[in-house]
Design a binder for this molecule. Structure first.
Ligand code: 5GP
Ligand code: MG
Length: 179
């Protein structure tokens, strides 16, 4: 039985409102660049809910690809040890790729992913993250779209987990105290 001690940071309604604006911005930007089709790369596991909701606000044709990354194990601090737990199934060659991530903390996972994508011969790469902890960033990253900048809290819900749990919460909450 889940009994999380959580404070709501972003309610389901707030998240959906922000996603609508993000989707519109993404649509406009690609349209203005004359790009008619994109490939959305969902970074598993954390961003599966965000991706599912975001793409419904993107108004240009898109394909979805998935990559599994793991950096944390069960700890709350970034290990910097990033591994691919699930490979991308199809070629990204010549594609305009929008990477969709749940949260960028130290930035080490995204840095690893960008290096991993270098050999894929994409046409362009943009980064969209729901959450960003700017004070924790250890490395400069070309982040194109950010849902919300947050303080250095450990957050769960809306795809984000603690020890595999809480991904199903419809809101983003901050974990307080012992857990
Ligand atoms: P980074 O490599 O940027 O330090 O961390 C990226 C990954 O760490 C995220 O994709 C996510 O899996 C995990 N992470 C970082 N901060 C949080 C957080 O506040 N809550 C949760 N649940 N995961 C986090
Ligand atoms: Mg993630």
């Amino acid at each position: 039985m889940q009994k999380p001690k959580l404070d709501v940071l972003y309610s389901a309604a707030t998240l959906q409102q922000r996603l609508e604006a993000l989707g519109q911005q993404i649509t406009e930007d690609y349209q203005q660049a004359g790009i008619e089709e994109i490939c959305v790369l969902c970074v598993l596991k954390g961003s599966f809910l965000f991706t599912a909701d975001l793409i419904r606000h993107i108004g240009i044709p898109l394909r979805c690809e998935f990559i599994g990354l793991s950096s944390y194990g069960n700890a709350q601090v970034s290990s910097g040890n990033v591994v691919v737990t699930q490979a991308i199934q199809n070629s990204l060659e010549g594609q305009d790729v929008l990477v969709v991530e749940d949260i960028i903390d130290s930035g080490l996972s995204m840095h690893f992913l960008l290096q991993h994508l270098q050999e894929k011969k994409t046409r362009s790469i943009k980064i969209c993250t729901l959450l960003l902890k700017p004070d924790h960033l250890k490395i400069k990253l070309p982040i194109d779209y950010t849902g919300f900048e947050i303080a250095n809290h450990f957050v769960v819900g809306y795809g984000l987990d603690f020890k595999g749990l809480y991904r199903n919460l419809p809101y983003v909450g901050v974990m307080r105290g012992e857990h």
